[in-house]
Write a protein that binds this ligand. Sequence first.
Ligand code: BGC
Length: 361
Amino acid sequence: MKDKTNLTGLNPDNFRSVINGKDTGLYILRNGSGMEMCVTNYGAIVLSIMAPDSHGKFENVVIGFDTLEEARRQSKDYYIGATIGPVAGRILHGAFRVGEKDYHLQLNSVSNTLHSGDNGFHTVVWEAQQPCENQLLLRHFHADGEAGFPGNVTVRMMYTLTDDNGFRIDYEAETDRDTLFCPTNHAYFNLAGMGTPTTSIEDHLVRINADFYLPIDMNTNNTGEVRAVGDTPFDFRDYHSIGERINRKDLQLLNGHGYDHCFVLKKPALHELSFAATCISPSSGRRMDIYTTEPGLIMYTGNYLPGFTGMHGTVYPRRSAVCFETQCFPDTPNNPHFPSIVLREGDLYKQTCIYQFSTQP
Ligand code: BGC
Protein backbone atom coordinates (compact mmCIF):
# COMPACT_ATOMS: atom_id res chain seq x y z
CA MET A 1 0.00 0.00 0.00
CA LYS A 2 1.43 3.37 -1.00
CA ASP A 3 1.44 5.93 1.79
CA LYS A 4 -0.58 9.03 0.87
CA THR A 5 1.40 11.52 2.96
CA ASN A 6 4.22 11.81 0.43
CA LEU A 7 4.53 11.66 -3.35
CA THR A 8 6.94 8.72 -3.18
CA GLY A 9 4.42 6.64 -1.22
CA LEU A 10 6.75 5.58 1.61
CA ASN A 11 5.47 4.85 5.09
CA PRO A 12 7.65 6.69 7.67
CA ASP A 13 6.94 3.92 10.23
CA ASN A 14 8.89 1.47 8.06
CA PHE A 15 12.08 3.47 8.69
CA ARG A 16 11.74 4.00 12.45
CA SER A 17 14.23 1.90 14.36
CA VAL A 18 17.20 2.09 16.71
CA ILE A 19 20.54 0.91 15.36
CA ASN A 20 23.70 1.05 17.49
CA GLY A 21 21.73 3.12 19.98
CA LYS A 22 20.80 5.73 17.39
CA ASP A 23 17.38 6.57 15.98
CA THR A 24 16.70 6.05 12.31
CA GLY A 25 13.86 7.61 10.37
CA LEU A 26 12.51 8.82 7.06
CA TYR A 27 13.17 12.41 6.00
CA ILE A 28 11.23 14.08 3.22
CA LEU A 29 12.64 17.02 1.28
CA ARG A 30 10.42 19.15 -0.93
CA ASN A 31 11.26 22.13 -3.11
CA GLY A 32 9.10 24.94 -4.48
CA SER A 33 8.65 23.20 -7.85
CA GLY A 34 6.93 20.05 -6.64
CA MET A 35 9.97 17.79 -6.49
CA GLU A 36 10.42 15.45 -3.54
CA MET A 37 13.25 13.36 -2.16
CA CYS A 38 13.06 10.69 0.53
CA VAL A 39 16.15 9.96 2.60
CA THR A 40 16.86 7.76 5.59
CA ASN A 41 19.66 8.73 7.95
CA TYR A 42 20.89 5.12 7.96
CA GLY A 43 23.79 5.37 5.49
CA ALA A 44 22.36 8.77 4.45
CA ILE A 45 20.60 6.66 1.82
CA VAL A 46 18.63 8.49 -0.88
CA LEU A 47 15.47 6.42 -1.35
CA SER A 48 13.69 8.50 -3.96
CA ILE A 49 14.03 11.52 -6.18
CA MET A 50 10.64 12.36 -7.65
CA ALA A 51 11.41 14.29 -10.83
CA PRO A 52 9.04 15.48 -13.59
CA ASP A 53 9.19 14.13 -17.15
CA SER A 54 8.57 16.29 -20.23
CA HIS A 55 4.78 16.04 -19.60
CA GLY A 56 5.13 17.04 -15.96
CA LYS A 57 4.68 13.52 -14.59
CA PHE A 58 6.62 12.92 -11.36
CA GLU A 59 8.35 9.55 -11.01
CA ASN A 60 11.13 8.17 -8.86
CA VAL A 61 14.42 8.20 -10.79
CA VAL A 62 16.61 6.27 -8.31
CA ILE A 63 16.58 2.75 -6.90
CA GLY A 64 14.79 2.79 -3.56
CA PHE A 65 13.18 0.59 -0.93
CA ASP A 66 9.95 0.42 1.09
CA THR A 67 11.60 -0.43 4.40
CA LEU A 68 14.76 0.24 6.35
CA GLU A 69 15.50 -3.51 6.48
CA GLU A 70 15.52 -3.75 2.69
CA ALA A 71 17.54 -0.57 2.22
CA ARG A 72 20.07 -1.86 4.74
CA ARG A 73 20.30 -5.31 3.21
CA GLN A 74 20.85 -4.11 -0.35
CA SER A 75 23.13 -1.19 0.47
CA LYS A 76 25.43 -3.65 2.24
CA ASP A 77 26.40 -5.30 -1.05
CA TYR A 78 25.42 -2.74 -3.65
CA TYR A 79 25.73 0.56 -1.74
CA ILE A 80 22.34 1.60 -3.13
CA GLY A 81 21.77 5.33 -2.72
CA ALA A 82 24.22 5.55 0.16
CA THR A 83 26.99 7.93 1.08
CA ILE A 84 30.34 6.21 0.61
CA GLY A 85 33.34 7.02 2.75
CA PRO A 86 35.71 7.93 4.24
CA VAL A 87 37.26 6.91 0.89
CA ALA A 88 35.21 5.90 -2.15
CA GLY A 89 36.35 3.31 -4.66
CA ARG A 90 38.91 0.53 -4.48
CA ILE A 91 42.20 0.62 -2.58
CA LEU A 92 44.66 -2.01 -3.76
CA HIS A 93 45.22 -4.64 -1.05
CA GLY A 94 43.51 -2.23 1.35
CA ALA A 95 46.90 -0.73 2.10
CA PHE A 96 47.97 2.88 2.39
CA ARG A 97 50.44 5.07 4.21
CA VAL A 98 49.80 8.43 5.85
CA GLY A 99 52.84 10.16 7.28
CA GLU A 100 55.15 7.46 8.64
CA LYS A 101 52.44 4.94 9.37
CA ASP A 102 51.04 2.05 7.30
CA TYR A 103 47.36 1.19 7.48
CA HIS A 104 45.51 -1.96 6.43
CA LEU A 105 41.80 -1.94 5.75
CA GLN A 106 39.33 -4.81 5.65
CA LEU A 107 39.47 -6.59 2.27
CA ASN A 108 35.93 -6.90 0.90
CA SER A 109 36.48 -7.08 -2.87
CA VAL A 110 38.74 -10.00 -3.88
CA SER A 111 41.99 -8.98 -2.16
CA ASN A 112 41.19 -5.27 -2.14
CA THR A 113 39.05 -2.78 -0.25
CA LEU A 114 35.92 -1.41 -1.91
CA HIS A 115 34.13 1.70 -0.60
CA SER A 116 36.02 1.63 2.73
CA GLY A 117 34.93 -1.93 3.59
CA ASP A 118 31.86 -3.25 5.39
CA ASN A 119 31.83 -0.52 8.05
CA GLY A 120 32.04 2.58 5.91
CA PHE A 121 29.72 5.58 5.90
CA HIS A 122 27.00 3.52 4.17
CA THR A 123 26.40 1.71 7.49
CA VAL A 124 26.54 4.77 9.75
CA VAL A 125 23.42 6.17 11.41
CA TRP A 126 23.88 9.86 10.68
CA GLU A 127 22.59 12.49 13.04
CA ALA A 128 19.89 14.21 11.00
CA GLN A 129 18.25 17.58 11.26
CA GLN A 130 15.97 19.33 8.80
CA PRO A 131 16.58 23.09 9.00
CA CYS A 132 13.89 23.69 6.35
CA GLU A 133 11.67 21.71 4.02
CA ASN A 134 14.18 21.39 1.19
CA GLN A 135 17.30 20.63 3.25
CA LEU A 136 18.68 17.85 5.43
CA LEU A 137 21.81 18.27 7.51
CA LEU A 138 23.60 14.98 8.24
CA ARG A 139 26.44 14.72 10.74
CA HIS A 140 28.78 11.94 11.72
CA PHE A 141 31.64 11.83 14.18
CA HIS A 142 34.14 9.35 12.76
CA ALA A 143 36.23 8.11 15.67
CA ASP A 144 39.96 7.45 15.19
CA GLY A 145 40.36 3.94 13.74
CA GLU A 146 36.76 3.55 12.58
CA ALA A 147 36.67 1.44 9.38
CA GLY A 148 40.48 1.38 9.69
CA PHE A 149 41.10 5.08 8.96
CA PRO A 150 43.07 7.40 11.28
CA GLY A 151 41.82 10.60 12.85
CA ASN A 152 38.79 11.82 14.72
CA VAL A 153 36.92 13.29 11.79
CA THR A 154 33.84 15.49 12.08
CA VAL A 155 31.79 15.06 8.92
CA ARG A 156 28.90 17.31 7.86
CA MET A 157 26.77 16.85 4.79
CA MET A 158 23.94 18.99 3.55
CA TYR A 159 21.42 17.53 1.12
CA THR A 160 19.50 20.32 -0.64
CA LEU A 161 16.68 20.01 -3.13
CA THR A 162 17.03 23.37 -4.85
CA ASP A 163 14.03 25.24 -6.26
CA ASP A 164 15.45 24.88 -9.77
CA ASN A 165 15.35 21.06 -9.35
CA GLY A 166 18.91 20.27 -8.33
CA PHE A 167 19.92 17.68 -5.77
CA ARG A 168 22.93 19.35 -4.21
CA ILE A 169 25.31 17.66 -1.79
CA ASP A 170 27.77 19.76 0.23
CA TYR A 171 30.33 17.84 2.25
CA GLU A 172 32.58 19.29 4.95
CA ALA A 173 35.05 17.57 7.24
CA GLU A 174 37.80 18.32 9.74
CA THR A 175 40.26 15.94 11.38
CA ASP A 176 42.54 16.04 14.42
CA ARG A 177 45.15 13.91 12.66
CA ASP A 178 46.22 13.59 9.01
CA THR A 179 43.99 11.09 7.23
CA LEU A 180 42.48 10.22 3.84
CA PHE A 181 39.13 11.63 2.84
CA CYS A 182 37.13 11.30 -0.38
CA PRO A 183 33.43 10.47 0.00
CA THR A 184 30.84 10.11 -2.76
CA ASN A 185 27.18 9.37 -3.30
CA HIS A 186 26.09 6.04 -4.74
CA ALA A 187 22.58 6.74 -6.11
CA TYR A 188 21.55 4.47 -8.98
CA PHE A 189 19.62 6.47 -11.61
CA ASN A 190 17.11 5.47 -14.24
CA LEU A 191 15.71 8.67 -15.74
CA ALA A 192 12.90 6.84 -17.54
CA GLY A 193 11.42 6.47 -14.04
CA MET A 194 11.62 3.40 -11.84
CA GLY A 195 8.60 1.26 -12.65
CA THR A 196 7.35 -2.13 -13.66
CA PRO A 197 8.49 -3.57 -15.97
CA THR A 198 11.93 -2.11 -15.34
CA THR A 199 13.58 -0.55 -18.35
CA SER A 200 17.27 -0.72 -19.17
CA ILE A 201 19.49 2.37 -18.99
CA GLU A 202 21.18 1.35 -22.23
CA ASP A 203 19.02 3.84 -24.17
CA HIS A 204 20.16 6.75 -21.95
CA LEU A 205 22.32 9.30 -23.76
CA VAL A 206 25.47 10.38 -21.99
CA ARG A 207 28.01 13.13 -22.48
CA ILE A 208 31.09 13.29 -20.24
CA ASN A 209 33.49 16.22 -20.05
CA ALA A 210 36.62 14.08 -20.19
CA ASP A 211 39.48 13.55 -22.66
CA PHE A 212 41.00 10.79 -20.51
CA TYR A 213 39.85 7.85 -18.40
CA LEU A 214 41.49 5.40 -16.00
CA PRO A 215 41.84 1.80 -17.27
CA ILE A 216 41.16 -1.04 -14.80
CA ASP A 217 42.45 -4.59 -14.33
CA MET A 218 40.32 -7.75 -14.04
CA ASN A 219 39.50 -6.93 -10.41
CA THR A 220 38.36 -3.40 -11.29
CA ASN A 221 41.44 -1.77 -9.77
CA ASN A 222 42.92 1.20 -11.55
CA THR A 223 46.14 0.20 -13.28
CA GLY A 224 47.57 3.68 -12.69
CA GLU A 225 47.52 4.47 -16.41
CA VAL A 226 45.72 7.59 -17.66
CA ARG A 227 44.47 6.84 -21.19
CA ALA A 228 43.02 9.08 -23.90
CA VAL A 229 39.35 8.37 -24.72
CA GLY A 230 39.80 9.07 -28.46
CA ASP A 231 38.86 6.10 -30.71
CA THR A 232 37.62 4.07 -27.74
CA PRO A 233 34.13 3.24 -26.36
CA PHE A 234 35.02 5.67 -23.56
CA ASP A 235 34.74 8.71 -25.79
CA PHE A 236 31.60 10.44 -24.49
CA ARG A 237 32.70 13.92 -25.56
CA ASP A 238 29.64 13.88 -27.84
CA TYR A 239 26.40 12.13 -26.91
CA HIS A 240 26.34 8.35 -27.14
CA SER A 241 23.81 5.96 -25.70
CA ILE A 242 25.16 3.80 -22.88
CA GLY A 243 24.25 0.67 -24.86
CA GLU A 244 25.81 1.69 -28.17
CA ARG A 245 29.27 0.28 -27.44
CA ILE A 246 28.87 -1.42 -24.05
CA ASN A 247 28.97 -4.98 -25.41
CA ARG A 248 32.03 -4.50 -27.60
CA LYS A 249 34.88 -6.98 -27.14
CA ASP A 250 37.00 -4.21 -25.71
CA LEU A 251 39.34 -5.41 -22.94
CA GLN A 252 38.37 -2.51 -20.68
CA LEU A 253 34.64 -3.16 -21.07
CA LEU A 254 35.28 -6.86 -20.49
CA ASN A 255 37.26 -6.08 -17.33
CA GLY A 256 34.44 -3.89 -16.03
CA HIS A 257 31.60 -6.13 -17.30
CA GLY A 258 30.41 -2.86 -18.85
CA TYR A 259 31.34 0.67 -17.79
CA ASP A 260 32.83 0.81 -14.29
CA HIS A 261 35.51 3.41 -14.92
CA CYS A 262 36.71 6.75 -13.68
CA PHE A 263 36.73 9.62 -16.17
CA VAL A 264 39.30 12.38 -15.71
CA LEU A 265 37.21 15.53 -15.78
CA LYS A 266 38.36 18.58 -17.69
CA LYS A 267 38.46 21.30 -15.06
CA PRO A 268 39.20 25.02 -15.07
CA ALA A 269 40.99 24.45 -11.72
CA LEU A 270 41.25 21.52 -9.33
CA HIS A 271 38.32 21.56 -6.85
CA GLU A 272 36.41 24.24 -8.77
CA LEU A 273 32.72 23.42 -9.20
CA SER A 274 32.36 22.62 -12.91
CA PHE A 275 30.37 20.63 -15.44
CA ALA A 276 31.04 16.87 -15.42
CA ALA A 277 28.37 15.08 -17.45
CA THR A 278 24.84 15.00 -18.84
CA CYS A 279 22.51 12.02 -18.93
CA ILE A 280 19.22 12.05 -20.89
CA SER A 281 16.39 9.54 -21.04
CA PRO A 282 14.93 9.90 -24.56
CA SER A 283 11.70 8.09 -23.58
CA SER A 284 10.82 10.45 -20.70
CA GLY A 285 12.66 13.61 -21.76
CA ARG A 286 14.29 13.79 -18.32
CA ARG A 287 17.75 15.27 -18.30
CA MET A 288 20.34 15.32 -15.53
CA ASP A 289 23.42 17.57 -15.62
CA ILE A 290 26.13 16.78 -13.12
CA TYR A 291 28.50 19.33 -11.59
CA THR A 292 31.32 18.60 -9.20
CA THR A 293 34.33 20.04 -7.44
CA GLU A 294 36.08 16.65 -7.77
CA PRO A 295 38.59 15.55 -10.42
CA GLY A 296 36.84 12.27 -11.30
CA LEU A 297 33.49 10.83 -12.29
CA ILE A 298 32.85 7.09 -12.13
CA MET A 299 30.22 5.85 -14.54
CA TYR A 300 29.10 2.45 -13.25
CA THR A 301 26.36 0.91 -15.39
CA GLY A 302 24.82 -1.40 -12.77
CA ASN A 303 26.66 -4.40 -14.20
CA TYR A 304 26.28 -6.41 -10.99
CA LEU A 305 22.68 -5.59 -10.10
CA PRO A 306 21.18 -9.03 -9.45
CA GLY A 307 17.45 -8.38 -9.95
CA PHE A 308 16.32 -7.86 -6.34
CA THR A 309 12.92 -6.35 -5.60
CA GLY A 310 12.83 -2.80 -4.31
CA MET A 311 10.31 -0.02 -3.85
CA HIS A 312 6.65 -0.80 -4.64
CA GLY A 313 7.62 -4.22 -6.04
CA THR A 314 9.98 -2.89 -8.70
CA VAL A 315 12.63 -5.38 -9.80
CA TYR A 316 16.11 -4.05 -10.59
CA PRO A 317 18.00 -6.33 -12.99
CA ARG A 318 21.47 -5.84 -14.46
CA ARG A 319 21.84 -2.44 -16.13
CA SER A 320 18.50 -1.13 -14.93
CA ALA A 321 20.30 1.84 -13.35
CA VAL A 322 23.50 3.83 -13.66
CA CYS A 323 25.67 5.52 -11.01
CA PHE A 324 27.58 8.74 -11.56
CA GLU A 325 29.95 8.96 -8.62
CA THR A 326 31.78 12.28 -8.35
CA GLN A 327 35.00 11.74 -6.43
CA CYS A 328 38.77 11.47 -6.34
CA PHE A 329 40.52 8.96 -8.59
CA PRO A 330 40.15 5.48 -7.08
CA ASP A 331 43.25 4.08 -5.36
CA THR A 332 44.81 7.52 -5.09
CA PRO A 333 46.88 6.45 -2.03
CA ASN A 334 48.84 4.00 -4.19
CA ASN A 335 49.16 6.29 -7.20
CA PRO A 336 51.20 9.34 -6.23
CA HIS A 337 50.58 10.94 -9.65
CA PHE A 338 46.82 11.28 -8.82
CA PRO A 339 45.58 14.42 -6.97
CA SER A 340 46.13 13.85 -3.24
CA ILE A 341 43.26 12.94 -0.88
CA VAL A 342 45.17 13.55 2.32
CA LEU A 343 43.09 15.64 4.71
CA ARG A 344 45.47 17.45 7.03
CA GLU A 345 44.84 18.28 10.62
CA GLY A 346 43.44 21.81 10.82
CA ASP A 347 42.27 21.94 7.20
CA LEU A 348 38.62 22.20 6.20
CA TYR A 349 37.57 19.62 3.60
CA LYS A 350 34.90 20.76 1.17
CA GLN A 351 33.19 18.99 -1.71
CA THR A 352 30.08 19.83 -3.72
CA CYS A 353 28.11 17.71 -6.17
CA ILE A 354 24.96 18.77 -8.00
CA TYR A 355 22.61 16.48 -9.91
CA GLN A 356 20.58 19.06 -11.84
CA PHE A 357 17.25 17.85 -13.28
CA SER A 358 15.36 19.34 -16.21
CA THR A 359 13.42 18.12 -19.23
CA GLN A 360 13.64 18.40 -22.96
CA PRO A 361 11.18 17.48 -25.72
C1 BGC B 1 32.03 0.09 -8.19
C2 BGC B 1 31.62 -1.25 -8.72
C3 BGC B 1 30.92 -1.99 -7.62
C4 BGC B 1 29.76 -1.18 -7.15
C5 BGC B 1 29.11 -1.81 -5.97
C6 BGC B 1 30.80 0.82 -7.80
O1 BGC B 1 31.11 2.09 -7.33
O2 BGC B 1 32.78 0.81 -9.11
O3 BGC B 1 32.73 -2.00 -9.17
O4 BGC B 1 30.51 -3.26 -8.01
O5 BGC B 1 30.16 0.11 -6.78
O6 BGC B 1 27.76 -1.74 -6.05
